[in-house]
Design a protein around this ligand. Structure first.
Ligand code: MRU
Length: 363
């Protein structure tokens, strides 16, 4: 990913190898600030307070959180406590549990004295695999963009995306945005409709990272997508996922379901970019997915910059009104045209997923 023209990852090992640094997403798009994470508490705080966010990056940060914790206490109890602390930070993205389970499995048989070094190596593997998976999703998804381009020769492909499922939400490349970056790099003209994504406005992160790469994009209010689809201005939608059931239902940022409904009604293909760590093979039905309820203040207040470019925060809800803030919703598999995984694109069905990932298929 490019930050001010330089290739970086959203999470990197500090030079001395004793900490990690992450691009602080609470400061974007107004300031580029790297946050140093030195210990377990710092990793847990970074995830809980959304300095890092996006399912794959949450998993990667948690993996390094375990490694940092083991530098202080490499005992079995220390490992278990680190996993429990990190698991409690956010409930919906299954990548968190996936990364913690994998760290636990890889470290259980390692002698405590060797555990911290083994944990840093294991976390580095998770991070590298994430980047490779996202790049593969980019390659598979690019084919879908090329197919859309062939339907409107000489015109740019118009993609609508929701939330931020770009490189900021992963280690590199992104999930939903990876096909866009691949197509853009290959010279295929792409234009992106960027949903604002209230209440936390992750669309601003999407706009910022697309701008860093020079990809043409337009930010729209969340409610505009249906209208644009109805009027033939969207060729396809691509979104990310925080947890996909083994049957193909997709839990993602609140508002994704409404976009899928509109896409279905308008005949617009609706794709979900789903790296395998975001697939929960233990969950069959959407009701089993825990939906995070976040603070009411995220809806009550909007943060940005004032006319003098100073940070500002304004209240937008009458003080006497109640507020609800469910952070995710589930799009039923019948509304999903296909899942773009690192192994290829498949129908959002149990059979489709099992064919691509036979090691997880149920007898
Ligand atoms: O609450 P967030 O910002 O962590 O939610 C992120 C999303 O919903 C993303 O779409 C999802 O994690 C996929 S990221 C590649």
């Amino acid at each position: 990913m490019k930050v001010e023209g330089r290739w970086r990852r959203s999470i990197e090992l500090a030079e001395a190898g004793d900490a990690v640094v992450v691009l602080d997403q609470t400061r974007l798009p107004y300031a580029i600030a790297w946050l140093r994470i030195d210990d377990l508490a710092g990793a847990a705080r970074a995830i809980r307070d959304m300095h890092v966010r996006g399912a794959p990056l949450i998993g990667a940060t948690a993996a390094y959180g375990v490694a940092l914790a083991l530098r202080v206490d490499p005992s079995d109890a220390g490992l278990a406590a680190a996993r429990a602390t990190l698991a409690a930070t956010r409930p919906t993205a299954v990548n968190l549990r996936w990364a913690l389970d994998r760290m636990g499995a890889e470290l259980a048989a390692v002698a405590p004295g060797d555990r911290a070094a083994a944990a840093f190596a294991a976390a580095a593997r998770i991070v590298d695999e994430d980047a490779a998976q996202c790049e593969a999703i980019g390659r598979h998804g690019e084919l879908l963009l090329r197919a859309a381009a062939a339907r409107r020769p000489g015109q740019p492909v118009r993609v609508l995306t929701h939330c931020n499922a770009g490189w900021l939400a992963t280690v590199d490349w992104g999930t939903a945005l990876a096909p866009i970056y691949k197509a853009h790099e290959a010279g295929l003209p792409v234009e992106v409709w960027v949903d604002e994504t209230r209440p936390r406005n992750q669309g601003m992160l999407t706009a910022w990272e697309l701008a860093q790469h020079g990809v043409p994009h337009t930010v729209i209010a969340d409610n505009a997508g249906g209208h644009l689809m109805q009027h033939g201005q969207v060729d396809l939608c691509i979104v990310g996922t925080d947890r996909t059931t083994r049957n193909g239902d997709v839990c993602n940022k609140i508002g994704t379901y409404l976009k899928a409904l509109a896409a279905h009604d308008c005949g617009v293909p609706f794709y979900v970019a789903a790296p395998s760590p975001s697939i929960d093979w233990t969950v069959g039905e959407p009701a089993e997915i825990p939906i995070e309820e976040r603070a009411a203040d995220e809806v009550r207040w909007v943060a940005g910059r004032d006319g003098d470019d100073r940070p500002a925060r304004v209240a937008v809800v009458p003080s006497g009104s109640a507020v609800a803030n469910p952070a995710f919703d589930v799009t039923p598999r019948r509304l999903v045209t296909g899942l773009i995984t690192e192994r290829g694109t498949t129908p959002a069905t149990a059979a489709g997923l099992a064919a691509l990932f036979p090691e997880h298929a149920r007898p």
